[in-house]
Design a protein around this ligand. Structure first.
Ligand SMILES: [Zn+2]
Length: 148
């Protein structure tokens, strides 16, 4: 037979389906992240130095449950598709037991609420934003005193 032996791979199996369940880079589920945002945002964003985590656990994206090595890396991540997609996914309230009961005919159906998700403020930007806010308030107080 002329030419090289044809050994091209045509069958890729179900790897694309299995990929979803790989555990190597698996982080939290969306409902866990939702709980974190509502109840544990502060401690997660201000974590103790942990040398086992990337960047000593000082740069954590709340919405993706991921650690970054530096503020630069985290900023870059905020601009990526994965992060924006995650914010979009978190806009809808997570599926709850109450919702499943409503679906089964207990009580009336309430559509899951839409809400606005925002990227967490960076630590460096947070402090400057607070300072300017305080200044603004002071000016407003002074104006009010003058008018009285
Ligand atoms: Zn993120």
């Amino acid at each position: 037979m002329p030419g090289p032996y044809k050994r091209k791979k045509y069958h890729f199996g179900d790897t694309h389906l299995k990929k979803r369940w790989r555990t190597k880079r698996r982080t939290k589920d969306l409902d866990e992240i939702d709980h974190d945002i509502n109840h544990k945002a502060e401690p997660l964003l201000n974590q103790e130095i942990d040398v086992d985590r990337p960047g000593n656990a000082q740069f954590y994206c709340l919405h993706c449950a991921r650690y970054f090595i530096s503020e630069e890396a985290m900023k870059d991540h905020f601009r990526t598709k994965v992060h924006k997609r995650r914010l979009k996914a978190l806009e809808l309230e997570p599926y709850s037991i109450e919702e499943s009961e409503r679906a089964a005919g207990m009580g009336s159906y309430i559509a899951p609420k839409k809400r606005k998700m925002q990227t967490q403020p960076l630590k460096s930007e947070e402090s400057t934003a607070k300072r300017s806010d305080d200044d603004g308030d002071d000016i407003m107080d002074d104006l009010n005193k003058d008018s009285k």
